[in-house]
Design a protein around this ligand. Sequence first.
Ligand code: GCV
Length: 669
Amino acid sequence: MEEQMDYSMAWLSYRKIPWYPDREYFRKIYVQENEAVIHTAAKELSRAAEAMFDESPQIITILKEAPENSSAGIYLYTDKNGPGNGGYHLYEEGGRLTITAEEPSGILYGCFALIRKVQRQQPLKNLDYKEVPDNPLRMLNHWDNMDGSIERGYSGDSFFFKNQELLINERTADYARLVSSIGINGVVINNVNVKENATKLISEDYAEDLKQLAMIFRNYGISLYLSLNFAAPMELGGLDTADPEAAEVRDWWEKQMKQVYASVPDLGGFLVKADSEGRPGPFTYQRTHAQGANMLAKAVKPYGGVIIWRCFVYNCTQDWRDRKTDRARSAYDSFSPLDGQFEDNVILQIKNGPMDFQVREPVSSLFGALQRTRQILEVQIAQEYTGQQRHVCYLIPEFKEILEFHTCCTKERDTVADIISGRAFPQFAGGITAVANTGSDTNWTGHDLAAANWFGFGRLAFSTSLSAGEIAEEWCECTFGPDKEITEAVCRILMMSWPAYEKYTSPLGIGWMVNPHNHYGPNVDGYEYDRWGTYHRADHYGLGVERGSKGTGYAQTYLEANASMYETIEDCPEELLLFFHYVPYTYRLKNGKTLIQHIYDTHFEGVEDVQKMIALWNGIRERIPEDIFMRVSERLEHQLEHAKEWRDQINTYFYRKSFIEDEKGRKIY
Ligand code: GCV
């Protein structure tokens, strides 16, 4: 590698650009007065210019827009006719680079877009580029606990909490820089499982810290959100009920919210996991989710806050013998009857699939079923079930498929992206969130290539029409510089990684087959006789869960034509075959292979794909900083061994169940 660099700022680790013809613009930055976020933007531009070409721009305050005949430089100002909702217009004309937007946050995003172009050494002359975010809310959900641990965290400890205190330091500011650079505008800092001290985050005890944190976020256009304990009136307030219809409970929340918003007037709102996996909720009082959410929504409404209510609700004490109860149905059954009953500041947060972030799931049937309710799509970049940031698994192609899924809820504009953005039902816009994959590791994400998921999620949330390949390239060039060989190799690794992971783990949408609790590594029957509703139902003849009308009926929760498509085995997309149907091992897939042969073949192929990824990575050894090269290499080696373990356990399991030989006579144990 040509230079010693500090990579601790991920894609914002600016490298020197020895010769860049367009550096001229960066001598002067004209900034509109009185806008903190615009000043942040100018600061970011100078930081980048200093790091990349030793240019220290002069920052000049202007009253409003650029005066006629003004000199060369970069001009940042709001314009009521500019793109709104965080959008921006970035253009070059006569030696002046201008970024205008209706809102200051738009200017900030425009500056980061400009920085990305410089990092990629793209020409700026005659540039004319507009971008408006597709999703109003672009959020990260951290599952950080106040003792410093992170639920499903794979890159060190929390940088938000330690020993029951909030941590506010340089890393907080670095985090704000990183996430705003990719367009994130809302961050939930604590775990949705709100217990013990986290319940007190809304009390006076943490008011001062939250105020400080919110200020750091605010300067970067980010709103702070907290996860809430539905039973706080009891656990914190000493009441003997948390019944949402009880007057004393309502009063308690109103008082509490008044106090919280007095310290952080622009607090975005609250995320609530209720009646799920042991967390308290309205069911205890025979109230509905709508009653629970609306009560909280009324308490935050005077301050412009929102209540984000999770739909991850299911029976986690199921009997594995019971074939009627279907966890997949649960969110739909609980929430679709409540469509239209929520206050306008309630947003339902729906996991992408009906189960739980498996490598392959159908899109949740709640998307499409809900037509009078605001919705947020929840995905997970913390790789809980996709290799835990020890395997490379670039998830943006998966998120693209989810966003592009046609729910059939309207004639046009019926995709998940259309619904959450508000294009399908304009009154009911929401957004997208990801369970975050960051921690205290110097490189933020443990696996250096996992940063592509972090970056990619933000970029995709902002512009859902970007392709996974474009995002991968952008991330790669911002991180490693515009080096063709690196970009080609790394992008190939990224783009083949999700399909590879899918090949060597559980087949055709059935999911699970992991070790219980830690969710890492193969264990085909790990969840088969357990209470979690996560079964594969394999026997001597076949496997899969019958979810058509002769089974649990989950397929029928989709709108037509999707319901028929999933119902009919011949029409069901093959990657989801075992999710929707029990299928004999001898069933022939469209390519003529039997199901069992498909299982064997994909498992061998998955391992070969990891070998190819290793070869690609080794091929760029000289061009990648040594420490990054080594970190990724070690993980790839582990991934290879682990993929073999997956391959052998899965193949052996199904060979022993079916007694059917591999046509190619490979080693199965
Ligand atoms: C935060 C899964 C995870 C839990 C997580 C839960 C949720 O069950 O394994 O760790 O809890 O999802 O999304 O609430």
